[in-house]
Design a protein around this ligand. Sequence first.
Ligand code: CS2
Length: 481
Amino acid sequence: MPDNFSRLTRPPGNRAATGIVHLGLGAFYRAHGAIYITEAMEKSGGDWGIIGVSLVRPDQRDLLAPQGFAYTAVELGPDGETPRVITVINDVLVARENPDAVLTAMSAPTTRIVSLTVTEKGYCHEPATGRLNAGHADIVHDLEHPDAPRSAIGFLTRALQRRRDAGLRPFTVLCCDNLPENGKVVRGVVLDFARLVDPDLADWIAAEGAFPSTMVDRIVPATKPEDVERLAQKTGTLDLSPVMHEPFRQWVVEDRFVDGARPDLGAVGVQLVENVTPFEHMKLRCLNGTHSSLAYLGYLAGHETISDTVADPVFAAFCKQVWAREIVPGLAPPEGVDLSAYTAALFVRYSNPAIRHRTWQIAMDGSQKLPQRILSTIGENLGAGRPIASLSLAVAAWMRYVGAVDEKGESIDVRDPLAARLKSLSETATTPADKVAALLSVGDIFPPALATNETFRQTLVSAYQGLIERGARRMAEEACR
Ligand code: CS2
């Protein structure tokens, strides 16, 4: 690590008062929402400074505090890198260390929005149904310890309760995770949870709260030590927690905020709409659906990143034909959007060699991602008589991946809340047909109609068999015929 540079510090200047508490201060939010908010205040003012919250680990706070919570967002463009210092974060709290400080910030009268990027698994819901998983260890804990919650859902509900008890208006809950109808999902789990605590509270939240759905898009690969080093060489200043992102960005938000209180998002390119669902479907299925497909197949074929995977002509052709044959035909595009132009632009984004987005990173948490990214498309295609072979190959590749041994016989570091269960299901079964049947029985992932569909099962078995006998690359090639 470079040590001959001075550390980045917050540049002097006005600091906006806090109006937003953000749960889950990962690289994605710092490279997306935080930049839009910065620009909205530059354009139109407002007190929308952000208190970031890390739910568990202190790392982000420890890296950002000595920098006055300033950090660099580096745009990785075709013509090089453009760094920009972002100063919209006023403080970072670590919920596990001091849950009361987080609840206090969320309950402050000046806090009007609580936004979230806590990843798919952070909603403690059942991915197949979208309802609260009341048996989730963190939910059980939070019901017993309401003033020291662990889950985002426990924090949201307790803070809303404190606000109601203090006679304050609720904050708007702004979900920025890749879930379909993400506002509805978070509203549903908060109401399920609140009902277990106090039915009147649930009624108040249902009547007064706002949970607009959003579609978020920007490719943000994890920052690597060499990125930190390169940035320091370029700027002469050491930032230990920069974020790296592609030039493209999109944020589509339903314009339903409590009392209309929000930054001037429309002034900086955020699309404020009535209904975000068509945008979410398009993005989750076209982008995230192929991202996950390329992640499992590409990883098994030995490719380190998405750009490496699509530089391989077999996977480039595979990706394009999945869009054309299996994803786009079932989509109702948002008004004015040409889906073939949209997917062509996605392909250019995937190909950006400056973005070293690892297949292993995208492969994480597949149990939480498959339903909305891939399985919903397969289910609809089956109903409509459209093909499912290539997306089923991607599901079979996920099944092979969670068995935790790659094509060379080396072990895979599978990160997934269900990793242990999936591995043991896969190991206990012997034949491909048994492995497929065992994994299809995981009801948190596969809805019953899909798990019992004979066409789907048979397609998976032959894809799984093919992956073992001929490997991912050959199978992707055959899928294009
Ligand atoms: C990726 C997403 O890691 C993943 O699962 O598919 O983070 C993807 O890069 C973003 O959704 C792009 O907007």
